[in-house]
Design a protein around this ligand. Structure first.
Ligand SMILES: Cc1cc2nc3c(=O)[nH]c(=O)nc-3n(C[C@H](O)[C@H](O)[C@H](O)COP(=O)(O)OP(=O)(O)OC[C@H]3O[C@@H](n4cnc5c(N)ncnc54)[C@H](O)[C@@H]3O)c2cc1C
Length: 186
């Protein structure tokens, strides 16, 4: 392996983080650099517990600094905006450049709606800490307005929540809301 230049991993979700922790044990690897624009890792399978306040922000979304403490893996909070494969050079949003020996791209995916009309415009995404906070706020607002209205039709509408997508995430969200909302609506 070329050990004079760092191995750079772009994107630090599960794939990037575990790649780094695995590569750490390779003897001939001089240094590993992780790059992500976010300050915090998001443990997505536990986002529901953030929504329900069963777990704290620090438990579900620990900072990379905290996670990588004592690991010899360096973290750079920045976004990669261009890659020059010939020169083995990355350009970051901050304006700085990074030369790499080996490059790992683990930038994940973006929210997809599969052409479902109106979904993107009207639905709440559920992938990030900000998404969980926005959803909680919207749910609480609906419950509050439902408590205050005398109009039965409007109350029913405010207390009806639709989930687009019934894969594992949608089903777990449905079960979470079924547990949560009756307790919030008191
Ligand atoms: C609510 C929810 C619950 C889930 N539960 C489960 C579960 O129980 N079990 C399971 O197996 N899976 C689950 N998943 C799916 C799982 O979380 C994903 O498959 C996994 O997070 C994908 O990891 P990743 O590293 O590929 O991408 P991501 O986690 O999306 O990470 C990609 C990273 O790349 C960074 N990035 C993007 N572009 C750039 C750039 N230009 N420069 C630098 N960095 C960049 C992003 O900021 C991000 O941090 C769940 C998903 C959700 C949303």
């Amino acid at each position: 392996m070329n050990s004079s230049r760092p191995t750079v991993i772009v994107g630090v979700g599960f794939a990037g983080l575990f790649t780094a922790l695995h590569l750490r044990y390779q003897q001939d690897l001089r240094s590993i650099v992780l790059i992500d624009p976010q300050e915090r890792f998001i443990f997505k399978p536990m986002l529901y517990e953030l929504l329900t306040s069963e777990l704290s922000e620090d438990a579900v979304c620990p900072t990379y600094k905290e996670l990588l403490q004592g690991s010899n893996v360096n973290f750079v909070q920045d976004k990669v905006v261009a890659i020059d494969l010939q020169e083995k050079r990355l350009k970051l949003a901050s304006g700085s450049d990074y030369i790499y020996g080996y490059l790992v791209l683990t930038v994940g995916s973006i929210q997809g709606y599969l052409g479902t009309e109106g979904a993107q415009k009207n639905a709440f995404a559920f992938r990030t800490q900000e998404n969980a906070i926005a959803l909680e706020s919207q749910l609480r607002k609906c419950l509050q307005r439902a408590r205050q209205t005398d109009d039965e039709t409007q109350r029913r509408s405010l207390l009806t929540f639709a989930i687009v997508g019934a894969g594992p995430t949608g089903v777990e969200m449905a079960a979470t809301l079924a547990d949560l909302l009756p307790n919030w609506y008191v």
